[in-house]
Design a binder for this molecule. Structure first.
Ligand code: ASP
Length: 322
């Protein structure tokens, strides 16, 4: 009996080891729940290219958009748990857990955690010919034109939505919001002047701000962003409760073998130290996660604490997707 039991354990260990050794057996797909060309997509494509070299298999990015990122997350929650389908989602993974009361997955229990990927500040930006040039002028302008001014976001659950919500609540003024499937197309409309302003990750705005193609008013980071030294912080413009970072995590469907998850975490850590990734991230004001942060335990802790952080604020605002 005892022998039978130990043989069964040995078989289990052997097969888990074999799964990990063989992994990946084909293309790995990272689902990005926003449009191509946006900031989450940029992060995913840079990381995917480097992970691909490390894993010895193609790592592709697939954009599965809708409902502030929750459509893509749902796709991965129900995917085969073999490590070949992953999700790269940002802070929206935490806020959507409260914003959506009928999510088709249980945020804390539907995924295995691979690791934190990066953290990047938000920037508030306006179309080039928007009259205000400073943050205070923007506040005055928005208050004076609240019925006509338009603010883009990437849907309820997106980082741009959260940022816009905090801004409107800080200045006690509500404006018309225009949802997109990601801030890639929102940026196109901002550049074209069809939208007045929006919040977006520095990953997507830095180049346009540097080129003078859009106006920038404030960043949500505690310190100024290195490639945007003239942009004031929330604290500098006297904006309370507006300091937050957009963290991104890599997830696998629940039930993915732990050896596979660990292999993916190792690969993520390698990617985040890749010279090209480090250089591109720095140029876009994005900080790669450390080896300690790019781990399952760190991502799990982050998600749990972020759900707890945003839940009372969202509940107090009374904003829900349904
Ligand atoms: N920046 C978007 C957001 O607001 C997402 C994206 O397009 O990457 O969350």
């Amino acid at each position: 009996m005892r022998r039978l039991f130990s043989t069964a354990i040995a078989a289990m260990l052997f097969s888990a080891g074999a799964v990990a050794q063989d992994f990946p057996t084909g293309t790995v797909t990272i689902v990005v729940p926003f449009t191509a060309g946006g900031p989450t997509d940029t992060v995913a494509r840079l990381v995917a290219e480097s992970m691909s070299k490390d894993l010895g298999q193609q790592v592709l990015v697939e954009n599965v958009t809708g409902a502030g990122g929750t459509v893509g997350a749902a796709r991965v929650a129900s995917a085969e748990p073999d490590g070949h389908t992953l999700l790269l989602y940002h802070i929206g993974m935490a806020t959507s857990a409260t914003l959506y009361r009928n999510l088709p997955y249980d945020t804390l229990n539907a995924f295995e955690y691979v690791g934190l990927v990066t953290e990047v500040p938000m920037t508030m930006v306006g179309k080039k010919d928007l009259p205000p040039s400073t943050f205070q002028e923007l506040v005055d302008y928005v208050k004076a034109n609240k019925d006509t001014v338009t603010m883009a976001n990437a849907g309820i659950g997106a980082a741009s939505h959260l940022c816009g919500m905090l801004f409107m609540s800080a200045i006690e003024t509500h404006v018309t919001t225009v949802p997109y499937q990601g801030t890639g197309p929102a940026m196109t409309d901002l550049l074209g002047g069809q939208i007045d302003f929006m919040c977006d990750q520095a990953t997507n705005t830095t180049n346009q701000i540097q080129a003078g193609a859009i106006k920038a008013y404030v960043t949500t980071s505690a310190k100024r962003i290195a490639p945007l030294p003239d942009l004031p912080t929330a604290d500098e413009v006297g904006l309370k409760s507006f300091e937050f970072g957009i963290w991104h995590g890599l997830y696998a469907p629940k039930g993915t073998p732990s050896e596979v998850v660990d292999r993916l975490a190792k690969s993520l850590q390698v990617a985040l130290k890749d010279a090209t990734v480090v250089e591109r991230f720095a140029a876009l004001g994005t900080t790669p996660s450390t080896d300690e942060e790019a781990t399952p335990a760190a991502l799990k802790a982050k998600l749990e604490s972020e759900i707890a952080r945003w839940r009372p604020l969202i509940e107090a605002a009374g904003v829900y997707a349904d």
